[in-house]
Design a protein around this ligand. Structure first.
Ligand SMILES: Cc1ncc(COP(=O)(O)O)c(C=O)c1O
Length: 385
């Protein structure tokens, strides 16, 4: 199989798998247990927290383990928004129209609970404007959430500049606005340093960087107002109730450490492969057009619209040739909806429903790219015919 859907999920890294196995076996203790295997489990969770904190330039006490990106995003948005409203700070939230559904649907949930949400648009490359963001800040704004890198087109958002805008606004008005970023697609491709990004909260999902599914990270800067989403026990410093997924947490620490090492070299190698794929497609397939940015984007993402077809047909044809890719459309009520990201970018609907995402990974080779270039032009021509 040629696997080009790393934005959907990545293979479990062998070292992460190795690290988690003992906690699926003999080391099954509950970290809350006061006996030896409980203490051992607690030490393993603490060790993973230290590893994650070191990778992010954060304090261990600022790292919470969750069940994945979706939970981290829900917790950050609801947890901060609820706490700020309860403190009487206001009930306005800023986000973007190109967030992952985990962000968009959480923002819609906040609207149902009486918050007002501003959804910022983007330019044709998928980039949010810092000026528009700054103009959307209001005296009752309590939270902003802008993704770091888009999962469909790979565009990287100017988060550090947005954080500056938030800080400038807060300084002038003595009014606090908390900033969250969905960084789920970033590990392995971008350096993640909390001080440089300037965010108060950041969400990650382990299976996007070589860890297991069902495990995630929420960075919450010290003293960030937060009301836990889940009611229950006092785990995770009273911020995330529920017995810890010890094996998943241990593997998450190992996977993030590996993903955070050699980022520049990995990005350069994979960017070159991505460029070869892009140029090969554009040279051999008529009426193919890339979606998203050319620069300031993830090195592993290529989103292309192929005129005159529907992307699901091409994804299925490539699958029959052993190539795994993804269509940007979402299936809702048994019809295919065009990607909300491409629509926000102003891509015409007939091209939005004809888009295929190729997302490369650490293990992608030259031969993988050649395999795609060998079959894609004929498959596209056959569908069009
Ligand atoms: C940008 C982004 N945010 C959030 C998520 C949700 O992560 P998970 O499905 O692991 O909860 C994803 C997963 O595709 C994503 O790509």
């Amino acid at each position: 199989m040629v696997y080009l859907d790393h934005a959907a999920t990545t293979p479990l890294h062998p070292a992460a798998r190795e690290a988690m196995l003992p906690y699926l076996g003999d080391r099954f203790g509950n970290p809350s247990g006061l006996y030896a295997i409980g203490r051992e489990a607690q030490a393993a969770v603490d060790g993973a927290r230290q590893k994650v904190a070191a990778c992010l330039g954060a304090r261990p006490s600022e790292i919470l383990f969750t069940s994945g990106g979706t939970e981290s995003i829900n917790s950050a948005l609801c947890g901060i928004a609820y706490a700020m409203r309860r403190a009487g700070a206001g009930a306005h939230v800023i986000t973007t129209a190109i967030e992952h559904h985990a962000g968009i649907h959480t923002a819609q949930h906040l609207e149902e609970l009486g918050f007002e949400v501003t959804y910022l648009g983007c330019d044709p490359h998928g980039r949010v404007s810092v000026e528009e963001f700054a103009a959307a800040l209001r005296p009752d704004t309590v939270l902003a959430s802008v993704m770091l890198a888009n999962n469909e087109v790979g565009t990287i958002q100017p988060i550090a500049e947005i954080a500056h805008a938030v800080r400038d606004y807060a300084r002038e008005r003595s009014h606090r606005v908390l900033l969250h970023t969905d960084a789920v697609q970033a590990p392995g491709w971008l350096d993640l340093d909390m001080a440089a990004l300037g965010v108060d909260a950041l969400s990650l999902s382990s299976h996007k960087f070589g860890g297991p599914k069902g495990s995630g990270i929420l960075y919450l800067r010290r003293a960030t107002p937060f009301r836990p989403l889940l009611a229950g026990g006092g785990q995770e410093m009273q911020k995330r109730a529920g017995t810890e997924n010890v094996a998943g947490i241990v593997a998450t620490g190992v996977a993030l450490e590996i993903a955070s090492t050699g980022v520049a070299a990995r990005a350069a190698r994979v960017r070159a492969l991505r460029e070869r794929l892009r140029e090969g497609i554009l040279a051999a397939v008529p009426d193919a057009s890339p979606n998203g940015c050319q620069e300031n984007c993830l090195p592993n993402n290529l989103n292309v619209s192929f005129g005159g077809l529907e992307s699901e047909t091409l994804v299925a044809a490539l699958d029959r040739r052993g190539i795994a890719t993804s269509s940007g459309s979402a299936c809702s009520n048994s019809t295919w909806e065009p990607s909300h990201v491409l629509m926000a970018m102003g891509v015409p609907i007939r091209r939005a429903v004809a888009s295929v995402r190729f997302s490369l990974g650490d293990s992608t080779t030259d031969a993988d790219i050649q395999a795609v270039l060998d079959v894609l032009p004929a498959e596209v021509a056959a569908i069009r015919a």
